[in-house]
Design a protein around this ligand. Sequence first.
Ligand SMILES: *Cc1c(COP(=O)(O)O)cnc(C)c1O
Length: 456
Amino acid sequence: MTHFDGTKVILDASEYPTHWYNIQADMKTLPPPPISAATGKPAKPEELAKIFPMALLQQEMTQERWIEIPEAVQEFYRLWRPSPLFRARRLEQLLDTPAEIWYKYEGVSPAGSHKLNTAIAQAYYNKEEGIENLVTETGAGQWGTALSIAAAFLGMKCTVYMVKISYNQKPYRRLLMESYGATVYASPTARTAAGRAILAEDPDSPGSLGIAISEAVEEALNRDDTNYALGSVLNHVLLHQTVIGLEAKKQLAAVDRYPDVVLASCGGGSNFGGIAFPFVQDILSGKAQPRVLAIEPEACPTLTQGAFAFDFGDTVGMTPIMQMYTLGHSYVPASIHAGGLRYHGDSPLVSQLYHDQVIGARAYGQTQVFQAALQFAKTEGILPAPESAHAIRGAIDEALAAREAGDRRIILFNLSGHGHFDLAAYDDYLTGRMKDVAFDPSWTEESLKQLPKVER
Ligand SMILES: *Cc1c(COP(=O)(O)O)cnc(C)c1O
């Protein structure tokens, strides 16, 4: 029996999701297919099949509503899923709000974040197609950690190009990946042509996510036993993350609740899509009208200040071109502590839904985000990842607005991960060194001029 003990909802095994939800089945307007950077025409499946398994490419494009979760992936999920749905009673009391605050906690995964939900699925499909080595990039290290664990589970090799500055600043993240058996390189390296070109110009280059992506993709292109894996943005990644929202829906239904507002942090859009899409389905089918909000940093306000345009997924301009909200691929977001939210673009699915005004977005500065994070830690006990704390800020503001308005709105948010590897950020906040970085629209003037031209 599914039951509620007053603090958390536990799902009965018979209620575990057996399928992922594909929102493409219900969207009125679908994002256009990705355009090849090389030809300027829609990317051919053969081009993409050099670095992705066919099963994932099919998931990228299918409009089938429900995709079965392979039994082997369901078995791995049982290690930490279903994740708990908590009622934040102490936080409600602190805020003196008539609202109810519920949160789904993804930090219970061995990786400490939601990213393992897709890492294990991606590793599984690659292994099925005979791939032995997965290669990827990582900035802050959350994605690299998740993929390292997934590769270890499936007996695969994992190579991670870690942005050099993070490699040097976050030795514990690197050691965690290495403990799971991954090989981690400080990017740029001399192993790839892309890396050698950067090093020839600047031997002391601190690296960037864009450079690391180029190195990882190059390695995957050059080796038959090797594929590339991406931790966010793409349709199949958001698809795998819908287990979060599917579970949350059942958990809330078990206590006769339905959210008035659903919130999640949004970098590339995967934890947001994960919790939100099963509720967006109700909006699209006319069944319910929850407000659904993506929360982003003021320093990198892709949805709230970006352009809806065709752009590259990486900085260098190697990946297919997708229609999305973007600050321009050459835009370098200011350095803030929520590294996972420092991305110039956004998921094409999330972008289209925002463009069609099905979902909304809000941006916050980092000091107000960390203030919310500590209110949450002191009442609910979990020290959140800086990324996740954006959703907490949004939820607290909803609860305060409910107090003003005197309504009992039901708030659901996704707590995408814990912050145990982000203590340096908390140190900055606690010692008063943290600064807000307000976005200046003139910063994107140049980068928005460099959007690729696409004929439609
Ligand atoms: C990577 C990450 C994010 C941002 O990525 P999305 O794809 O937008 O979810 C948010 N929270 C945590 C904990 C992350 O690791």
